[in-house]
Design a protein around this ligand. Structure first.
Ligand code: XMP
Length: 516
């Protein structure tokens, strides 16, 4: 069975929640892909989706530059679900009327189902009200010909519509968000009831198809992979290794900016349990020499990023004829780069992104279609240790961007010791897996303290712990006072050179998660 056979296409009109639609569909074990609304009709036909979802979006269908998908999709005989803007565009393209609503609806609303079939199969009609989540300024005023209303809300007489014969449905509310209590029912009714998909997208089937595809692509050639100790590169390496065994060589560059013990355990696992070929390069002095005296965060990032590429390229060169680079690109990265949304560069992120251009290697990106939690599930299925799978994200430039000011061996030593205490206490209290990230930051100032009867003038450690779902936004973790107290006490007592600990209570935005 080819799992790519049964898929849903999501056309993205720029909604903040488009990715959530994909998540919700995949939770039903149905594969789906997000593409920009500009996707050409012949490409859609070639892709052969079993259903199409038109997402929401910030525009009005009457804007001059309103995003418009090819109306030809309504002639394809494929079920279409329009959500919010998608429903309005469907209405417009099929000759109904959309207008600016007198009362805009944002947030919770009550939905009354007036016609049970289609999206609302199995749900009660009549007096029963369901909480849904709305976010729209325009609304459908007149149905397109041959359409009927299937649900209404106080301010939307056509909160859900459907074609009387064809498989076209539209909803003004957002079934993908958690506040829409019946959201999963609505999406299930669409993908199973209307599109006839089967729930066959599982990690097991994913591994089988992907392993076969990698084997076919690589043939007898050689591939390399940069291991960082993080989840994405570890899972990539394990998956590619399963496909091509010894044709894969992994390179681990120790830049001297890692947390204590973090990478060793995964390297040991790969070497001893998986028998993966790993080249381990100690480049600590290379990096520390180049970072000496550097204070500017962007300069640090560039030095670390370029240094990594140089060393990796050098080592790979020694391997001889390598044709492929395996890389742990995830679905959100892919969507970011194909989407029409743009964003300012706040920090130049370091990952292996620069490698393929420099080295002229072909890419193997087996995680391109997965979200982070799917990658974790895949890792567990591949037998990676839980500890590695549930590791908190760690930035490419490592502790280099957690030392404010100059990076020296001595300052790294102080930060590592403090950071170990943070990790130990977070783990033993059970908070390590509850928060998104938790770590120590070494500040570039000294403050006065008193130890014994002596005056001290020493370093300050800041504790940063945040809750987040995707690192795009984050809030500081409300850690219990006794846990904060223990962390502070231990750091001040056990780490020579620190006499003060502060807790960072800033959210992102306006702050960022890392301090540099
Ligand atoms: P910020 O600090 O921008 O971080 O709020 C968002 C997330 O990205 C991680 N981060 C990085 N990850 N290379 C990476 O691979 C980088 O250069 C980098 N900088 C920040 C950060 O830890 C957080 O999870």
């Amino acid at each position: 069975m080819n799992l790519q056979q049964e898929k849903i296409l999501i056309l993205d009109f720029g909604s903040q929640t488009t990715q959530l639609i994909a998540r919700r569909i995949r939770e039903q074990k149905v594969y789906c892909e997000i593409h920009p609304y500009t996707m050409e009709l012949d490409k859609i036909i070639k892709m052969g989706p079993m259903g199409i979802v038109m997402s929401g979006g910030p525009a009005s269908v009457y804007d001059d530059d309103a995003p418009v998908s090819d109306p030809g999709i309504f002639a394809l005989d494929i079920p279409v679900l329009g959500i919010c803007y998608g429903a309005q565009l469907m209405t417009r393209q099929l000759d109904g009327l959309v207008e600016r609503a007198e009362k805009r609806e944002f947030g919770k609303a009550e939905l009354e189902i007036v016609n049970r079939g289609g999206l609302f199969a199995g749900l009660e009609t009549g007096s029963r009200r369901y909480q849904v989540w709305m976010s729209h300024g325009d609304r459908i005023e007149n149905l397109p010909p041959d359409f009927m209303v299937s649900a209404q809300s106080e301010h939307s007489p056509f909160a859900a519509i459907r074609h009387k014969e064809k498989p076209f449905v539209g909803v003004q509310f957002h079934p993908e968000v958690a506040h829409t209590i019946i959201g999963a029912d609505v999406l299930r009714n669409f993908i199973f009831g209307m599109c006839n998909c089967r729930p066959v997208w599982t990690m097991h089937s994913f591994i089988e198809t992907t392993v076969a595809a990698i084997r076919e692509k690589v043939g007898k050639d050689q591939a390399i992979c940069a291991l960082s100790g993080g989840v994405d590169s570890s899972v990539t390496a394990a998956l590619v290794h399963r496909a091509i065994g010894d044709q894969l060589t992994c390179i681990y560059v120790n830049n001297g900016l890692m947390r204590t013990g973090e990478s060793e355990s995964i390297l040991q696992f790969f070497r001893e349990k998986s028998h993966l070929k790993v080249i381990d390069i100690d480049a600590e002095s290379y990096f520390l020499e180049r970072l000496a005296g550097v204070i500017d965060p962007e300069k640090k990032r560039k030095i670390i990023g370029h240094g990594f590429i140089n060393i990796f390229e050098q080592e790979a060169g020694k391997l001889g004829d390598v044709k492929y680079l395996a890389q742990g690109t995830l679905y959100p990265d892919v969507i970011e780069s194909v989407s029409f949304r743009g964003g300012a560069v706040i920090k130049s992120h370091h990952n292996v992104g620069g490698l393929p251009e420099v080295m002229k290697l072909d890419l193997i990106e087996p995680l391109r279609e997965l979200f982070k939690d799917e990658v974790r599930e895949l890792g567990l299925e591949l037998g990676l240790p839980e500890e590695a799978i549930f590791r908190q994200p760690f930035p490419g430039p490592g502790l280099g961007i957690r030392i404010m000011g100059e990076i020296t061996g001595e300052r790294l030593h102080i930060l590592r010791k403090a950071d170990v205490i943070v990790l130990e206490e977070m783990k033993s209290s059970g908070y390590y897996r509850k928060v998104w990230q938790s770590f120590a930051v070494l500040l570039p100032i000294q403050t006065v303290g008193v130890m014994g009867d002596e005056r001290t003038y020493e370093n300050v450690i800041a504790l940063r712990s945040v809750d987040s779902v995707d690192a795009m936004t984050a809030d500081w973790s409300k850690l219990p006072y006794d846990l904060l107290g223990r962390i502070s006490n231990r750091i001040i007592n056990e780490v020579r050179g620190v006499n003060r600990v502060v807790f960072d209570i800033s959210s992102k935005p306006p702050s960022t998660i890392e301090w540099e």
